[in-house]
Write a protein that binds this ligand. Structure first.
Ligand SMILES: C[S@@+](CC[C@H](N)C(=O)[O-])C[C@H]1O[C@@H](n2cnc3c(N)ncnc32)[C@H](O)[C@@H]1O
Length: 224
């Protein structure tokens, strides 16, 4: 089939820093807790760019509310920002399991969770997601994948049977700062893995998907 492109896509504005700030200024502000976590992560933790941040946190929370999700799995907690955003959007009886491999982050995550009104809904698991996932209660309405890029296909294959039909998987960073457009250098395992993942999802007949050019690229996957 000939390659088809949507002519309207070329009309989108480039999202500059200034436009992003405008979007933030015209979105419901972060809570004080999320603002503090964002600040503290930038001051004390390596690679603070990994934190979802205001707009993506609001986006994840909106998805949870729109889906009326009750059970959520997150792969990759970091300092707990996105987990808190999603948990606070869950109903009272909701549950969010989140997995983090870096034991050095555990105290900070637990401190952050304890300050959230959704503390009772948040279940932290320290360990390798590939080992932890099979031990968790499921099915899930929503899975947010945000850990090791080389393992995205492995996470996906583990969780897909455990997502309810009609549920969603979100995979973050699938544009990898635009590197997916470059022929991946042999050493760049993350870019290679993300290119493979994006193709794998597109060709998977068990799902429908949308690669949303939001932030670093969010793959939205609907289980049929
Ligand atoms: C991009 S950060 C997560 C950011 C967080 N979701 C947020 O938005 O604030 C990725 C995290 O995944 C963790 N991670 C990497 N490999 C993992 C694995 N195999 N199992 C669990 N966590 C993992 C890293 O230690 C890191 O803290």
């Amino acid at each position: 089939m000939p390659k088809r492109t949507d002519p309207s896509t070329s009309m989108h504005a480039e999202i500059t820093q200034e436009l992003e700030e405008y979007c933030e200024a015209h979105s419901t502000p972060e809570s004080d807790l999320l603002y503090r976590i964002n600040r503290e992560t930038h001051v004390k933790v390596m690679n603070p760019r990994m934190l979802s941040g205001h707009l993506q946190g609001m986006f994840l929370a909106a998805i949870v509310r729109m889906m009326r999700a009750q059970t959520v799995l997150e792969i990759g907690t970091y300092t707990g920002y996105s987990a808190i955003c999603m948990a606070e959007a869950l109903p009272e009886n909701g549950r969010l399991d989140t997995i983090e491999i870096n034991v050095e982050l555990e105290d900070m995550i637990r401190r952050n969770f304890a300050q959230s009104p959704a503390a009772a809904k948040l279940q932290l698991h320290i360990g390798d997601a590939l080992q932890v996932i099979p031990s968790l209660p499921s099915p899930w309405d929503l899975v947010f994948m945000d850990a090791d890029k080389e393992d995205y296909i492995a996470y996906y294959e583990l969780v897909l049977p455990l997502v309810r039909p009609g549920g969603f998987i979100l995979a973050d960073n699938v544009l990898w700062s635009g590197k997916v457009l470059e022929a991946a250098a042999p050493a760049d395992k993350d870019t290679q893995a993300l290119c493979q993942f994006n193709k794998y999802i597109l060709e998977d007949q068990r799902v429908k998907n949308l690669l949303l050019p939001f932030r670093d690229g969010m793959m939205i996957i609907e289980k049929l």
